[in-house]
Write a new protein. Structure first.
Length: 280
């Protein structure tokens, strides 16, 4: 699930250059819409998941339309505000979401958590190859042009607002897809699982792994998922060590783990999804 979240955010942050801090909101929308449809209305999991993914994608488009003219920290503040609003809706709309009391007794779509792991891993692999083909296509070149210089891209006929909305919609839909599987994994659904801290965690996965590459967010998601678990044995020092590790990565490998490795090796195989920079 974290791999899906990191891959989706990377499309907006790494390839389009838009600072989106609202990713936890789309994750929450996928989780709550699918769960409510299943628990309250008797939907099949896959049909509920489809509705949840579409709902998250449409809200991503709505956010992009609202923030189409915003850039940099202004966009970050707008998307962060969207995440805060979504969290407050989950907390206060008790008739639908059950608020802080949460929704319990949620079953996964498959028999065991092991099967769920392989199911989500297979979906993540499929999403990886779809996004990899997308960023290697002319669409990917368009998104990178917006990232590098939106004004110059506009002078070449690129409609930045439409393409940013496209990236936000895809990003939100994939986050919603990840959210569909979260309730069945933990068995319960409470708003605190989707607070704004989660958005920063997702962004850290992309940055630590290497934004603007395909394999980087995958490595970052795996590393930042397992690292806190590996540090549980050190008690209160866990968060300090975790924070220090992130700080060292940002200071000494600003391009992320993958780009640092790319620099050391001088070249990387094509399957990594890396494109060496060329000099004009």
């Amino acid at each position: 699930m974290n791999v899906l979240l990191a891959l989706s955010l990377n499309l907006v942050l790494g390839y389009t250059g838009q600072l989106n801090l609202g990713q936890s909101a789309f994750f929450a929308i996928g989780a709550y819409v699918s769960t409510i449809l299943i628990k309250s209305y008797g939907f099949n999991f896959w049909l509920a998941g489809l509705v949840a993914v579409l709902s998250a994608g449409l809200l991503g488009l709505a956010l992009a339309a609202f923030a189409a003219r915003l850039r940099g920290h202004y966009l970050a503040i707008a998307s962060l505000g969207f995440a805060v609003i979504t969290y407050q809706v989950l907390v206060n709309w008790e008739n639908v979401t059950q608020g802080v009391r949460g929704i319990y007794g949620i079953l996964p779509p498959v028999a065991t958590t092991t099967s769920l792991f392989y199911l989500v891993a297979g979906i993540a692999l499929g999403v990886y190859f779809l996004l990899d083909n997308l960023v290697r296509s002319p669409i990917g070149d368009t998104l990178r042009a917006i990232r590098e210089d939106e004004v110059s891209a506009a002078s070449l006929g690129v409609n930045g607002a439409i393409w940013k909305a496209f990236a936000f919609g895809i990003c939100a839909a994939i986050a919603g897809l990840a959210g569909c599987f979260y309730p069945g994994f933990v068995g319960t659904l409470v708003p605190d699982a989707f607070n704004i801290i989660e958005s920063f965690t997702m962004m850290a996965m992309v940055i630590v792994g290497g934004m603007g590459t395909m394999v980087g967010p995958v490595i970052g998601a795996i590393l930042l998922t397992f690292l806190p678990e590996l540090l549980r044995g050190v008690g209160e020092l866990r968060l300090m060590i975790y924070g220090l590790a992130l700080t060292l990565v940002v200071l000494f490998m600003p391009g992320g783990i993958v780009q640092a490795w790319h620099g050391i090796r001088g070249r990387s195989p094509n399957w990594l999804g890396l494109r060496p920079r060329t000099r004009s």
